[in-house]
Design a protein around this ligand. Structure first.
Ligand SMILES: [Zn+2]
Ligand SMILES: [Zn+2]
Length: 368
């Protein structure tokens, strides 16, 4: 039910196979005392998780993996942010492992309160989308089985916090264009001189490799479908990630492939192994960062040609942004989601996200 890749002694990457919904799970790390222990902190006997959100079968499977491998159970989970694909099953971590959850302060209400999601992510467009609440409710509770977490089990942390252990340092890096508290993780293991950069949910979501030497299959790409998202900042966060990777050996993300620089070797030890590959070194091959930029650019090109079809030019964008009717027309053109494929009960949520993906692309076009 889960796949496990051993990155180095004491550090494993965890991914749940076959989730119930594309927004159900998030990949992340299991870090065990053999990576944490050493130096003065020889008492550390617990494992910790980074950005892992898996379904009940996944948590059980992770527990069994720990038992079978003689790894102490994780007691801490450090979240990257609280979007549903990262928070929906975290309450089960608290129930099954008795664990403590560390969440970025700006997004803590999402996991504590039933309505926190709507407040933190500023979802108030109920007039434009009368079914939005029902649609979210269906997705959040019926499909994803979301549960809140008791306050005493949640520790807020400030974005930028460094979780410092004797032999491992986990730095939270603000990548807040994706959501108000979204962070990536830079993991340093000074004794082993291995550095990992996990860019969380920024949009590196190619999860399948078609052939050994061929390019990976496109995923959805960067997601900026809420009111507060700003594409200019998003592009800067992508550049920032690229810079951070320069002195790291491994690049991971919540929804995609593990990329490693060629000098490094990893060991798949459980489940699927086909999502690990070397980082493209040739400039002819698309880099992970070029992939994210391309996905944004492709959406923009589609939107511009849709505007042309509707008889508008780029200079009309400020007016289009004020016209609910034109935004509705753009939405009906299925530019981003193939909405005929989306089950009717989930449709309002997808339309809401697409509306903001379009609006944020339009706003960005006005700055070009
Ligand atoms: Zn997210
Ligand atoms: Zn995500």
């Amino acid at each position: 039910m889960i796949s496990v890749i051993k990155i180095m002694e004491g550090i494993y990457f965890i991914r749940q196979n076959n989730p119930v919904h594309p927004l159900s799970t998030s990949n992340g790390f299991l870090i065990t005392p053999s990576a944490i222990k050493g130096g003065n902190n020889t008492d550390f006997q617990e494992s910790l998780l980074l950005d892992v959100n898996i379904e009940e079968v996944g948590w059980i499977s992770l527990r069994n993996f720990c038992y079978d491998s003689d790894i102490p159970l994780p007691t801490k989970l450090i979240m990257s942010h609280c979007h549903l694909d990262h928070s929906s099953h975290v309450h089960l971590f608290v129930e099954i492992f008795g664990g403590q959850v560390y969440a970025p302060a700006p997004e803590v209400p999402v996991i504590l309160e039933e309505n926190g999601f709507f407040e933190v992510y500023q979802i108030h467009e109920m007039n434009e989308f009368p079914d939005l609440m029902d649609s979210y409710h269906h997705l959040k509770y019926e499909i994803l089985q979301f549960g809140t977490i008791p306050e005493r089990k949640v520790t807020p942390y400030h974005i930028g916090t460094v979780f410092n252990y004797d032999t491992i340092k986990i730095e939270t890096i603000p990548l807040t264009s994706h959501s108000p508290g979204h962070v990536g993780f830079r993991i340093d293991t000074p004794h082993n001189e291995i550095r990992i950069f996990h860019n969380s949910c920024l949009g590196l979501d190619q999860s399948e490799i078609e052939s050994k030497d061929g390019p990976p299959k496109d995923g959805f790409g960067p997601w900026y479908g809420f009111k507060a998202s700003k594409l200019n900042s998003y592009l800067k966060d992508i550049d920032k990630s690229e810079e951070i990777l320069q002195d790291c050996d491994i690049l991971t993300s919540s929804h995609g492939i593990i990329y490693y620089k060629s000098r490094f070797k990893m060991r798949p030890i459980h489940g699927k192994t086909d999502f690990v590959r070397t980082l493209p070194e040739s400039s002819e091959l698309e880099s992970p960062f070029e992939y994210m930029n391309r996905k944004i650019h492709e959406r923009e090109t589609k939107i511009v040609s849709a505007l042309e079809k509707l008889g508008f030019q780029k200079t009309d964008i400020p007016n289009i942004l004020k016209s609910e009717q034109t935004l509705r027309n753009l939405l009906d053109m299925d530019l981003i989601y193939s909405k005929y494929r989306i089950p009717s009960k989930q449709l309002a949520a997808y339309k809401f996200w697409e509306r903001y993906l379009i609006i944020n692309n339009l706003k960005h076009l006005t700055t070009q």
